[in-house]
Design a protein around this ligand. Structure first.
Ligand SMILES: C=C1C=NC(C(F)(F)F)=NC1=N
Ligand SMILES: [Mg+2]
Length: 217
């Protein structure tokens, strides 16, 4: 899926709790800055639920549609199916990859993996891309595992995995190039864009760094 590899370049993830200012404004700025993929991740302390979560998802989805940015839903398969999102992202503690793949048909299916064994199984069961991290320490995901750098990304590439991979966890414009150099097809960020003074500038800087690195390989 070539387009997915390109789409992973600057993968912005956000929910209402990640923003200092209006989430709608943040998403519009991030898109203007050049994000290539968006994930709606509404969870944790103060996260919206039920109808409010549904309404925000629909608003985000409409903005993404207008700018041809694929729209992915984190964890909530039912919501993704209900609003016909472009795909879902699941972790190891969510529903098994195989049953999610059966439920979503040929929508995009992203899976968080932390070991080569998890990677082997996720690929076998139908994952379209891997989220690997936390690459660097993160404050966003409260139950995040120990940050491992880019080791697993490099290991999977050395073992011959060609599956699209995005790194996640503590990624900023300072360390983004190293994630691509390690073999990832893109970087996934929350805070680096959602808490930036200018989400547009933050997205644009990341996009330029990633594209520069991807083309210089
Ligand atoms: C926990 C996560 C890990 N990786 C990703 C992604 F970047 F999309 F791959 N999203 C998540 N929500
Ligand atoms: Mg999850």
């Amino acid at each position: 899926m070539k387009y997915l590899r390109e789409a992973l370049s600057v993968y912005f993830i956000m929910g209402s709790t990640n923003c200092r200012k209006n989430p709608i404004q943040v998403l519009k700025e991030a898109i203007a800055g050049g994000i290539t993929l968006f994930q709606f991740r509404e969870k944790g302390e103060g996260g919206l639920m039920g109808l409010e979560k549904y309404a925000l998802a629909k608003e985000f989805q409409a903005i993404c549609k207008k700018h041809q940015i694929p729209f992915i839903v984190n964890d909530d398969i039912e919501l993704a199916l209900e609003i016909e999102a472009d795909g879902v992202h699941i972790g190891q503690e969510d529903e098994p990859v195989k049953t999610v793949r059966e439920r979503i048909g040929d929508k995009i299916l992203g899976v968080s993996v932390h070991t080569t064994e998890e990677a082997r199984i996720a690929l076998r069961d139908g994952a379209d891309y891997f989220g690997i991290g936390p690459v660097f320490p993160t404050k966003t995901k409260l139950d995040a595992r120990q940050s491992r750098g880019t080791t697993l990304i490099q290991t999977l590439r050395m073992e011959g995995y060609t599956v699209p991979i995005v790194g996640i966890g503590g990624i900023t414009s300072e360390n983004a190039a190293s994630v691509i150099k390690a073999g990832a097809d893109g970087v996934s960020v929350i805070t680096a864009i959602s808490q930036a003074d200018s989400p547009m500038v933050a997205a644009s800087v990341l996009r330029n760094i990633v594209e520069e690195e991807k083309w210089s390989e």
